[in-house]
Ligand binder design. Structure first.
Ligand code: ZN
Length: 294
């Protein structure tokens, strides 16, 4: 007898214990894009991009872009960072957060607080389902700067016009249930906001700390584990304020490499958890193995 072919299979949920907390990443989905440049390395030539790809064993004419919200159970609250695409994403391979949360043991009703790192579509579209709240018992939190800038529109690039309409439709009506965060604010027990403006003009990160352990949820600080992280000063199409985004990448990569802080990145390869290692002239993504379990 020959076993049936089963097709490719990969993990879509990952959970680690962090002190008294549990931190779960969930793959909302992936999109296969047809070139590295653009969106990445806009000011880099083909030879440099080819060399980066070859060294990392990844092609340069296509890449898989993962979308990874994170759940933190503090024991008092279940906090969800970003909500994925919901039903309005680019393909049937996205918007799978709620379904995959069930495999992680959580119902949408279990979420007490939804925190938005920023308001780009892959981070906010899943906040409603059929016009109703997708996480019906949740309060919300967002950076004050991010909310105010997108409401004003003055510093939002013209290329984000449709995205701004999404923000006005989906996020502004939540203002009454929203906590507006300043850098350094306590989001929940053991969770602190940190500014990393640039990718979006008010983009925020979150430090999660329990029992002497830390993990930094860096959101969209760097959006490809090779072509953004290894060349942090390269221009990226996805960054709304390029100069600020580059300065934030350099500052935060230096911090997490120096202090050996594990990182969860929304667009890092699933389970999206790793360390940043300093190299001779840059940085490299080092996926976590068992360090977080022993
Ligand atoms: Zn994103």
């Amino acid at each position: 007898m020959t076993a049936a072919m089963q097709g490719a299979h990969f993990a879509t949920v990952n959970r680690l214990a962090l002190g008294e907390f549990e931190v779960t990443t969930v793959l909302d989905g992936t999109v296969l894009r047809d070139a590295v440049k653009p969106p990445f390395c806009l000011d880099r030539d083909a030879a440099e991009i080819a060399a980066l790809g070859a060294a990392a064993h990844v092609p340069v004419d296509r890449f898989e872009h993962p979308f990874v919200p994170t759940l933190v159970n503090t024991g008092k609250e279940l906090v969800l960072f970003d909500v994925g695409f919901g039903a309005k994403g680019p393909s049937a391979n996205t918007g799978l957060l709620r379904k995959r949360m069930a495999a992680a043991g959580y119902a949408p009703e279990d979420v007490d607080l939804v925190v938005f790192s920023h308001v780009h579509p892959d981070h906010i579209l899943g906040v409603t389902i059929d016009g109703a709240p997708a996480f019906p018992n949740a309060r919300y939190a967002i950076g004050q700067v991010e909310f105010d800038e997108w409401k004003s529109g003055a510093r939002i690039p013209a290329s984000r016009a449709a995205n701004r309409e999404m923000f006005l439709d989906l996020i502004v009506p939540l203002a009454d249930q929203m906590t507006f965060l300043a850098p350094g604010d306590r989001v929940a027990s053991g969770i602190t906001s940190i500014e990393a403006y640039g990718h979006s003009v008010g983009h925020m990160m979150f430090m999660v700390e329990s029992g002497g352990k830390q993990v930094l949820l860096w959101g969209d600080l760097a959006n490809h584990y090779v072509f953004s992280l290894q060349v942090p000063e390269a221009k990226v199409f996805f960054d709304d304020d390029s100069d600020l985004a580059i300065a934030a990448r350099k500052r935060v990569l230096d911090m997490v490499a120096t202090d050996a802080i594990p990182v969860i990145g929304h667009h890092m390869p699933f389970p999206s958890l790793g360390y940043v290692e300093r190299t001779a002239d840059s940085y490299r993504w080092e996926p976590v193995s068992y360090q977080v379990r022993v």
